[in-house]
Ligand binder design. Sequence first.
Ligand code: PEP
Ligand code: MG
Length: 950
Amino acid sequence: MFVLEPQHIYLNQSATDKQHALRLLADILIKDHLTQDGYLQGLQDREAQSSTYLGQGIAIPHGTPASRDKILQTGVRLAHFPQGVDWGNGNVVHLAVAISAKSDEHLQVLQMLTKALNDDVEQKIAKAITADEILAILNATPDSLLLHESLIKTDIHADDLDELAYQGYQLLKSQSLVGAGFLTNLHSDKAIFLQDNTWAVVGETSVFTPAVAIVKNHQLVDFNDKKMDTLVLIASNDKLDQQKLSNLLDVLFQTSLTNTNNSREIAQAIHAETVPDWIKKSVVVLNHHGLHARPATELVRLTKALTGDIKVSLDEINFVSAKSLTQLLSLGAVRGQTLTFIAEPNTDSETALDSVILAVREGLGETIEPINESKPNTVADNLADEWIDPFSQNEENKGIPASRGLAVGNAFVMRDKKYDYALISQNPSQEKQRLEQAVLTVKQSLQQLIDTASSKEIRQIFTAHLALLDDSELFNQVFVNLQKNMTAENAWHSHVEKTAKIQESLDNKLLAERAMDLRDVGDKVLAVLCGETLAELPNEPYILIKHDLMPSDVARLDNRYVSGILTAVGGASSHSAIVARALSIPAIVGAGEQVLEIAQKTPVLINGATGEFVINPTDNLLEQASLEQERQQLEQTKALQTCQIPAITLDNHQVHVMANLGDVNNAESAVAGGAEGVGLLRTELVFMKHSQMPDIQTQINDYKKVFDAMAHRPVVVRTLDVGGDKPLPYVAMKAEENPFLGVRGVRLTLRKPEIFKQQLTALIQASKQSSPDQDLRIMFPMIGRVEEWQKAREILDEVLAENPHNKLQVGMMIEVPSSAIMAEKFAPLVDFFSIGTNDLTQYAMAIDRGHPVLSREADGLHPSVLQLIDTTVKSAHKYGKWVGVCGELGADRQAIPILLGLGVDELSISSSQIALAKMQIRSLTLSDCKQLAIKALGCDTAAAVRALTA
Ligand code: PEP
Ligand code: MG
């Protein structure tokens, strides 16, 4: 995010000509470590392609894409030329704004400058003496009052003034003119009587742009002993154009609105802007960096040649002239957004509209890459944008949320099967044959499942199952059993069960999961031996209810019919939950044994985001849920269409949204999903893919995949975090009573410095091989004491002595409460903090994060956790350090505004959540978030915090 500071402005500069000015600017950028040598060529090339003169004595020199590798940091520097510099075409520049930006960030500068350009500021800029004066001119927004036909709505069905006011608020909010606090602080009881049945109310809280909404009811309602049907809602702040408001009130005192129900007529009566009924055509912006100065200039060149007006808009409401460069830039249109053009009838603008659309589609002189065209909106577009939680009254039926989404269907309760079979046989060789035949059948069916699996996770699970059936160790003991005259069923089942029990008893989560896999395969072989066929699944949408879900249950699911999953036991990190998430099937786990008592075919509604479910939902609830489902689908589609747009709040605060990665091969898809970099690379998961300790070269190959895919984007790599529930089979570790409180994370790597050094070396070398100035950020997990940080840092320094890196930040995870409490001691030592809310919550609340029953009570929005986050952020910011959140909380819709309000600078979340999170952030204001965070910190319970954002 660009923030202009006085020290960014170089006053009293003089240049003989444009080339001299460019050299001067290039030197400033180098001196301030924003660019390297060579960027000057980019500035010159850009000017040669088209002048960067904006208007009002301002130019915005910036490099070509080819010169981006000379950029070290994103930033802007301003040179003030009181005498002016000839910029060609008769334009004189008094302020040159040199931009060093790697991606679309410079559109923000353009938007800011174009606001200033709407005023006559050229002389003021030329004569400015101090940097503050220049900043004031650039930041000034003229007084305004938006009066627009789109803010007028008639034929509303409201029962009282408050309902009518709500409708007006919705109109204002839909155009981001006001925020949520507007309605809460609106005193509708103080409405002013205008005339006839028309009243006015003024609101001054959370107003971003002064505007007027007019809402007219279909019938009269009683108010203050009088009648009313029309409400004029005035949103005012200190930028209100008083004169325009007083003109409007004069009109409203004199003109009766009783005789019309037509918003166009009302708009005309009050002299509001109307959208002309001109021919309209739309086109998606495909330019990599949106409608920035160069393509916009080309568009102006095309449109200026036309007689007749031609306008363009992003929202089909607020149109600007397509002939004005500054107005075009003020749209801030980025790649993927749709521009709608309208042209004045019977002019050559109308005739040429198709060719203008074509020119935009073809990139206005730039090379473009197509993206998916936007899909048309559906009916759900018109749904209220507030999610009405249909479950709020339903505290009893709750499990652990495992996979987001709403699902409705009839219950299909799959009860575990008990097989009856003989235990003794007199013919071991025949039994062996039977067993081998059954194993072969199961293998074939597994192979079929692998071939048709719809996701990588499922393929991996069944490949592992197949490997189990190839395990000669397993069969040796079964064959011994057969020699003891056991039947194939008995020999097989007793050994499988015994092995699974041993694995479970080792108190190791991964082995416990393997036990589950073993039982799953074991049951399949047993079923074939007993001549059983698996239960017939319904062929209509159903909710699968089971004690626990075996991976094979999930793989047999037909996505077209299974709408949701509900299990009696299991944690959010169980296999079934992971597979359900991979398949995007809404799921709740650990809901208790009573769910198995639900009668077959009973309608059930589940909410995988909250863990709540309703048995026999009412029609009303079902209707709401179906609308909500449609809304969620639409939201997801919209989010994906805009996932490359930065997450900037309505009041201009940028939050970086990064990806959590555990698989180096997923980096590219993360970028496609909107990731602005990697915020957490869980390297232990990368190690786990190897059956033995990866050597330096193997690690370099792995890490390089991430750096290459991320190009210059930042990559935060966490050093090995093994131990706890993540053992590495090839790192010998003693069994621990309490592995989560044992040798885990940095505690392990400090005890195995060779592994640590190798990893650090591989990371640094991989990043440099990918690019000499790759933005590498290394962090240590599970730091709880300053001594641990110092020791880890010493080891890193030893590695750096031999492998220097010129763009490295070193930080630490905040996931142990002691480090959060002492963040002020750590802050001067680190470059950044990354808060691991999964562990921070488990350790702060003393609840095992994977506990099948308790884990749902470990809510990261508990005020205790929020206080730890607050302390961390305040300490970091005091020392100018940034803070990210990389735990699951960062993707939680209700948590995002609170985290923003607490001052978190970056969210790192799973790739599939990035688009939605960015879209949500773009709808928030930092000021509202701050107020929310203060309230949240003062709550007693996590439920009270959630109620604030429900
Ligand atoms: C965390 O603890 O929040 C975190 C991000 O680390 P992990 O989930 O890998 O332990
Ligand atoms: Mg952790």
